[in-house]
Design a binder for this molecule. Structure first.
Ligand code: GLV
Length: 394
């Protein structure tokens, strides 16, 4: 066992929540709060997790289960687990291994890694790091030329699907980022950074690894034609350029011949529109409570979308997954798989790749235990008969 994996072994880390204080102690407040926080009053952020309590299980007891099946398929790819690693911006600020470490951990576990456009490692290196499927999450920052170039690079590198996020006409106001000087730290002058430097100096271990990694990473996957890679910008500047419209989806579809996942669907209307525009799958998502505060929790939005899609395309969901029971509830409610973002990113921030491995291990063993306790032999057999859903949800 390495030092990093010892640092996140049981009993220090027994559940995903246990990573949080370790991550908080290891990384600067600005980076931790970027990961941990949401928009405005963080109502949707909290609701994403809380809402899982509204759905309760209906187990089948005294059922013998020799083997528990966790395997499934998403977009035709065989996965060992029904949870995928969601795109998480600025992962390389959380740990130098960043996106490469997370992709390697996902590959070892037999599940896809989804690389955010706001990433610090080259997409080619991320592709090489994983032995499994890798998807690219596209933002249009840097303009259409930059997006076309990254779509072409993703194709040439062997990415398996494109994930287009549709809920970012502007960035949600993440109040913690303003207070912590996230903008000044990533894109301000030295003078502007000064008031916010003490928080970096109070994390010497992180600071040493960050400096050894070369300091501010830049955005190697947003290459502006004739100019080169975009320097790192704060989330407001990034998302202000990232608005995607249905018309954009059309030219993206012409360029990308593989499957497209539309991420950020919360209503039947957007689900139908995604299908009309040729999405192979959608992710029911409120961007982890980071965009419009006050929209429903993802799980709460799932029944409306499941009904509208009526089995025609695959449905994923993301938002609030912290336990295997959460994964199971989402699958019972009609999701084919879920995306976990913070659940693994806390692990990444706490201990790099070893932390991501441990987060996946926790969710995997949780899920297997849940299936056994439910008396259900396989994730593919989970359905509404295993849960009580509040009457007004349908
Ligand atoms: C990036 O997509 C973010 O929500 O911070």
């Amino acid at each position: 066992m390495t030092r990093a994996s010892r640092s996140v072994a049981s009993p220090r880390v027994v559940c995903i929540e246990d990573f949080r204080p370790i991550a908080r102690r290891r990384i600067p407040k600005s980076v931790f709060d970027y990961l941990d926080g949401g928009a405005e009053g963080e109502v949707t952020l909290r609701e994403n997790c809380r809402v899982f309590n509204d759905v309760t299980f209906r187990p089948r007891h005294a059922v013998a289960i020799a083997e528990c099946g966790l395997c499934t398929t998403v977009l035709g790819f065989s996965l060992s687990l029904p949870f995928l690693l969601a795109p998480v911006g600025y992962s390389r600020l959380m740990h130098p291994g960043g996106e490469v470490a997370a992709a390697r951990a996902a590959g070892k576990a037999g599940t896809p890694y989804i690389l955010s456009t706001i990433s610090g490692h080259k997409l080619e290196d991320v592709r090489r790091a994983s032995s499994g499927p890798v998807f690219y999450q596209l933002y249009l920052m840097g303009g259409r030329g930059a997006a076309e170039a990254s779509i072409e690079r993703a194709r040439a590198a062997g990415f398996n699907a494109l994930v287009v996020t549709i809920d970012t006409p502007v960035a949600g106001i993440r109040e913690r980022d303003y207070r912590n000087g996230m903008k000044e730290l990533v894109s301000g002058s030295v003078f502007e950074k000064i008031p916010y430097l003490p928080q970096l100096l109070s994390r010497p271990g992180w600071l040493a690894s960050y400096l050894l990694d070369g300091g501010l990473p830049g955005l190697p996957n947003v290459v502006i034609p004739g100019k080169g890679p975009m320097p790192l910008v704060d989330i407001n500047a990034a998302l202000a350029e990232s608005a995607v419209t249905w018309a954009d989806l059309r030219w993206i579809r012409d360029l990308w011949k593989g499957p497209i996942v539309v991420k950020g669907v919360l209503t039947a209307d957007d689900a139908r529109r995604s299908m009309d525009e040729g999405a192979a799958a959608i992710s029911v998502s409120n961007h982890g409570g980071r965009q419009l505060d006050g929209v429903p929790a993802s799980l709460r939005a799932l029944p409306e979308v499941v009904k509208a899609v009526n089995g025609q395309i695959e449905i994923l969901m993301d938002g609030g997954i912290r336990r295997g029971t959460d994964v199971a509830k989402a699958l019972c409610m009609g999701a084919r798989g879920v995306l976990c973002g913070r659940a693994y990113a806390y692990g990444l921030a706490a201990a790099g790749e070893a932390g991501v491995d441990r987060a996946i291990q926790i969710l995997r063993t949780d899920l297997e235990r849940t299936l056994r306790l439910l008396g259900c032999p396989s994730v593919n057999a989970l359905d509404r008969s295993y849960v009580n859903v509040p009457k007004d949800w349908d």
